[in-house]
Unconditional design. Structure first.
Length: 736
């Protein structure tokens, strides 16, 4: 056989290999080597180049089966059955685009542009072919109603802006090797990745003798592989445990007072709350035990260990922030990192939300899709949201509908206090019905709309509710660029688009022409990508495109807030005070007891003390599985073989309900019901059940979900700061 040239050029053999970057929203962006023969992907390998290699997980390795799965959307389609029934007929692109353009014009002219809601998600996390294409189109067409809040981690974003003034809050993962103690709080990178190579560095840390502690309601794969100690904690009570740890530090005089005096503001007010001077309730470990279920001695020991082992990294996972008042958990985590002086140093961490998303670090430019954004006059001219947080330079006050309350807005409209009555919904890069909380309410809302257009790759639960379906190509069928935590990836096109699928840019450009927007795009795909990279730190676009990856030197052991700590007079924190704001005057000015100016424990709704717990006594959490990235990959046979969709339940709770492992059970509350198999396991604490999020909604004739979609059970009630409570909810489980 003749030699293969892995630069992507065919050196004489029939097969060629193309390097590209995976971007499936699993929390990492890894290199893939796509082998192509006669225009068909034959196999996929991963990075085997320079260290540290950016090696793909099983989801990336399964992209071939995903591209060629039989349930790919092949052609534009028009709904012929009832919404949700999934009955469509094939139509031409001309008819599809003319219909969409006509409906956008009709609704805008009849009701005004505010009647149009656009929901773009993270299905394709790249610079060009992303939700930003439709964002730009609708903005240029006169605007639309946008939604605010990261459905994944708004609680963490809000808390970080209030406390340290930015969402760039954590060190690169390689710096974990400089720690002496690592505390993983609700953090499971063995399943969620949350930055490529996180597990690789945890494995090295464990081998190096660095102590690792995991705090989580579940004995996760991450805990099993890396942790020396597991501390189970009740969902929604994490802030109470952190605050009790602060109590121990104060009583034992273990806090880094010099750090607090130099870099923070308002610690005395927090101290008064913790010691009970404010409310006559000392926040002791015994106080926390009744709330969290964590023995007082365990909380005390963890507090002492974290305070006296330096440097120590508290990695604050976003799962505990996806609860009612999840902002308080994140604010408390920041505060403990400050109390121990672990901010801005090697081996420490600010304990901001554990994952920066796909924006990279501050030196990584450009931002995701930022170069495509235009003014949206509907919401840009709106008054500021009442409880929006400014932080420092990152103002987050746009949009008047929380991402998880689109259904509420559609159902209630002006009469319910929203600024418009909503008539048209445009969805791209998102399986909203499946992934938004309170699924049955969302279905009611979708059925009220006059028109729904969905851009998709598969017949998802959301796609079934579309009036017009537009098939989108996958990232292996176009060129693009992604920005991850520590590198830029060039996403080389491996094959031609299958069937009649089009890229997001092609769809938006053709729609723009039909809507009379002549200046939507004046560039080719490659010209757009070059333009986007003009202000980046990539020195040579052509070389970057050829190699497929660029790793900035600055990304090696990057330390968040290093400059602020080493030279505070010239590098203040990007907060109003220039310091870490344990007490936030901006929050105090809101005068809202549910958004206090200092971190506090606020009991969640649907806690075990809620009267509703008599009817629904189990707390539900909705975690992430290895085999999916949210709802992506759900129908891929290779991955379905890996993990069945089940409800995990502790043997104590199972025995009380006569449930055996593998039994079919009902899981239900007032919002919905499903039938699913039970997995009886000691890997989840008593009183808590877990249903992996992302399984596709599949109702039977009675409307009972048989697909295991956790969001038939979750609530769309939102914290004042925007935290979405996927992990706050009560259910009952019964044997069928």
């Amino acid at each position: 056989m003749r030699r293969k040239d892995y630069s992507g050029k065919d050196s004489g053999s029939e097969e060629k290999a193309i390097m590209t970057t995976c971007n499936s929203h699993c929390g990492g962006q890894c290199l893939l080597k796509i082998h192509v023969k006669d225009g068909v992907i034959t196999r996929i390998e991963t990075d085997d180049g320079e260290e540290p290699q950016l090696r793909a997980c099983l989801r990336g390795r399964a992209q071939r089966q995903r591209v060629y799965t039989p349930d790919r959307l092949k052609f534009p389609m028009k709904r012929v059955g009832t919404r949700g029934e999934g009955k469509f007929k094939r139509i031409s692109w001309d008819e599809a685009l003319n219909t969409v353009a006509g409906e956008l014009k009709r609704v805008r002219e009849t009701y005004g542009p505010g009647a149009i809601i656009f929901r773009g998600g993270g299905g394709d996390l790249a610079l060009l072919h992303s939700r930003a294409t439709i964002d730009r189109l609708l903005g240029m067409a006169g605007g639309y109603s946008q939604n605010w809040g990261s459905i994944s981690h708004e609680g963490g974003r809000y808390a970080s802006l209030a406390t340290v003034g930015t969402t760039y809050t954590h060190n690169t993962r390689d710096d974990l090797l400089n720690s002496r103690l690592i505390v993983l709080w609700g953090f499971d990178p063995a399943n969620t990745v949350l930055d490529t190579n996180t597990c690789w560095y945890l494995a090295q840390a464990r081998e190096a003798g660095i102590r690792i502690i995991s705090v989580d309601p579940r004995y996760t794969d991450t805990t099993a592989a890396f942790a020396h100690q597991w501390i189970p904690v009740r969902p929604g009570t994490d802030a109470a445990m952190l605050i009790a740890m602060a109590y121990v530090m104060l009583k034992e005089n273990l806090q880094d007072q010099k750090f607090l005096d130099t870099y923070t503001i308002g610690f005395d007010r927090f101290k008064d709350y913790v010691l009970g001077i404010e409310d006559d309730v000392p926040k002791t470990p015994a106080w926390a035990e009744a709330i969290t279920g964590v023995p007082a001695a365990t909380t005390e020991n963890l507090a002492k260990e974290y305070a006296t082992t330096k440097p120590a990294a508290l990695i604050a996972g976003i799962a505990a922030g996806r609860t009612a008042y999840g902002e308080q958990y994140h604010r408390a985590a920041h505060t403990l990192a400050a109390m121990t002086g672990n901010i801005g140093i090697h081996g420490g961490d600010s304990a901001g939300k554990c994952w920066g998303g796909f924006h990279g670090f501050p030196f990584m430019k450009p931002m995701w899709g930022s170069t495509l954004k235009v003014t949206n006059q509907v919401d840009d001219e709106a008054p500021r949201r009442k409880y929006a947080i400014t932080g420092g330079k990152e103002i987050r006050d746009k949009g008047r509908i929380n991402t998880s309350q689109i259904a509420d807005a559609i159902l209630k409209g002006k009469e319910g206090g929203y600024p418009f009555d909503y008539k048209l919904l445009y969805i791209t890069n998102a399986n909203y019905i499946n992934q938004a909380p309170n699924l049955n309410k969302t279905i009611q809302a979708f059925n009220k709309l006059e028109f729904i257009v969905v851009q998709e790759q598969f017949m998802t639960a959301t796609a079934k509710f579309a009036d017009i379906l537009l098939p989108v190509s996958t990232f292996l069928e176009r060129n693009d660029i992604c920005v991850s935590q520590a590198m830029y990836g060039y996403m080389s096109k491996a094959i031609e688009p299958l069937y009649e699928s089009k890229s997001q840019l092609e769809i938006a450009t053709e729609l723009a022409a039909r809507m009379g927007i002549s200046d939507y795009s004046d560039k080719t795909e490659d010209e757009w990508l070059r333009y986007m990279m003009n202000e980046s730190i990539v020195p040579d676009y052509t070389e970057f495109k050829q190699k497929g990856v660029y790793r900035p030197e600055a990304s090696k052991q990057y330390i968040a807030f290093k400059k602020e700590i080493e030279d505070p007079s010239n590098n203040p924190f990007p907060t109003p005070s220039g310091k870490i704001e344990i007490y936030s005057q901006e929050l105090a000015n809101m005068n809202n007891l549910k958004i206090p100016p200092i971190p506090k424990y606020i009991e969640t709704w649907e806690s075990l003390n809620d009267p509703l717990a008599k009817k629904y006594p189990l707390q539900l959490i909705t975690t992430h599985l290895k085999r999916r990235a949210h709802s992506q990959f759900e129908t891929i046979p290779w991955l379905r073989e890996l993990q069945p969709q089940v409800v995990q339940i502790n043997p104590v709770d199972a025995e009380a309900r006569s449930i055996q492992n593998g039994d079919e059970v009902r899981v239900f509350n007032d919002r919905g019901e499903m039938v699913i198999r039970a997995r009886v396991t000691e890997r989840i604490m008593p009183g808590v059940v877990d249903i992996g999020q992302g399984a596709w909604y599949d109702p039977d004739d009675r409307g009972v979900d048989r697909g295991g979609c956790s969001n038939v059970l979750t609530s769309d009630r939102v914290s004042p700061g925007g935290a979405v409570p996927y992990n706050t909810g009560l259910v009952q489980v019964q044997k069928v």
